[in-house]
Design a binder for this molecule. Structure first.
Ligand SMILES: Cc1cc2nc3c(=O)[nH]c(=O)nc-3n(C[C@H](O)[C@H](O)[C@H](O)COP(=O)(O)O)c2cc1C
Length: 356
């Protein structure tokens, strides 16, 4: 029997199915980090997901890392997100906001007054990033002072408060993909000698402090976290990822979080086997899933819910297509991050051409 279409409890919420839409940056905000009306339509079209997770949203302007990404700091940003949550709720959905601080995976051209990106340590990531004027090398970030770390943690607290004010059903901490939280977690990007660096326990402290701040605002049952051990993305390196991630997940129990979202991309260790027994909330898996592999993970107990990225991007009615065994639209990579409706709100639904 299909497990995908059975309800599941995730923290405070009961989801009608176990298909979760992955957080996906789509770069449809303006230069002030304000999402436009198309964003409401995009998420509302996908409201049949058990749960929607937004694209990464910066808690403060220093957390921005890509052109046209949205924030949750200014009144205009909050007002725009209110429209998004209202549209999703009107369509019967539930939506969490993903909080994403990019840290060193940014560029002065994206930051206030051309500021230098910040990070746990002044180590330049290898590679290049898209800026307003094309591809540019990453720069060497500035090491955060300890008082600045406290301020960044507070930014996550305020962002959580504002997300709830804007009507979100919860918040997810983006601690995956080589952004600021993973820069703290990983030995290759964190050479600090204070309580935020060195041992695995110290490297996990930033993530745990941020979660404590988010939980203080929202309650653990409306907070999730995403991790991606050994993803090997954005120049992230860790000498002992098993120790790092088991140590981190062991400490999550105290927060009674809604969920742990683990996205795996070719890791050599079976982190699901390693991490799931250590965690006390719902366990979400993602990364390259299809209908059959998702069903298998649910029926053999490896996961409580399954997360789909590009398939949901291209198929607003993904649950219905799975239910009917209907063919899927193919995601168009050329429009993942381009402005406008094309490749965003115009993927056809079954039996319709576009609108919801
Ligand atoms: C266009 C695009 C943008 C993404 N942006 C984010 C993001 O903002 N935050 C995040 O945690 N993951 C992001 N991801 C990764 C997805 O959340 C997901 O982990 C990944 O796509 C694997 O799932 P899939 O194989 O089902 O696509 C993005 C993926 C895609 C395709």
């Amino acid at each position: 029997m299909s497990q995908l279409f059975t309800p599941v409890r995730i923290g405070r919420h009961t989801l009608p199915n176990r298909l979760v839409m992955a957080p996906m940056t789509r770069s449809r905000a303006d230069d002030a980090g304000v999402p436009d009306d198309l964003v409401s339509l995009y998420y509302a079209q996908r409201a049949s997901a058990g749960l929607l997770i937004t694209e990464g949203v910066f808690p403060s302007a220093m957390g921005k890392g890509y052109v046209r990404t949205p924030g949750i700091e200014t009144d205009a940003q909050i007002a725009a997100w209110e429209k998004v949550t209202a549209a999703v709720h009107a369509a019967g959905g539930r939506i969490f906001m993903q909080l994403m601080h990019c840290g060193r995976i940014s560029h002065p051209s994206l930051l206030p007054d051309g500021a230098q990106p910040v990070a746990p340590s002044a180590i330049r990531p290898a590679g290049q990033t898209w800026t307003g004027s094309g591809l540019q090398d990453f720069v060497t970030p500035r090491e955060l002072r300890i008082d600045e770390i406290a301020a960044v943690i507070d930014e996550y607290r305020m962002a959580t408060r504002r997300a709830l004010e804007a009507g979100f059903d919860g918040v997810e901490l983006h601690a995956a993909s080589g952004y600021l939280p993973e820069q703290f977690l990983s030995s290759g990007s964190n050479l600090r000698q204070d309580q935020y660096g060195g041992s695995a326990t110290n490297r996990a402290r930033f993530v745990l402090d941020v979660l404590a701040a988010m939980v203080a605002e929202a309650g653990g049952d409306r907070v999730g976290i995403k991790i991606s051990p050994e993803m090997n993305f954005n120049s992230i390196e860790d000498a002992s990822p098993r120790e790092t991630y088991t140590g981190l997940v062991d400490r999550l129990r105290d927060f009674n979080l809604a969920y742990l979202h683990v996205a795996l991309f070719g890791a050599t260790t079976d982190y699901h086997a390693l991490l799931r027994p250590r965690f006390n909330g719902a366990y979400l898996i993602g990364g390259g899933l299809g209908q059959a592999s998702a069903e298998a993970a649910l029926s053999d107990g490896r996961a409580d819910a399954t997360v789909f990225g590009s398939a949901f991007l291209a198929n607003p009615d993904l649950p219905e297509r799975f239910r009917r065994g209907a063919p899927l639209n193919t995601p168009d990579k050329n429009t993942f991050y381009s402005p406008g409706a094309e490749g965003y709100t115009d993927y056809p639904q079954l039996g319709a051409t576009n609108a919801i």
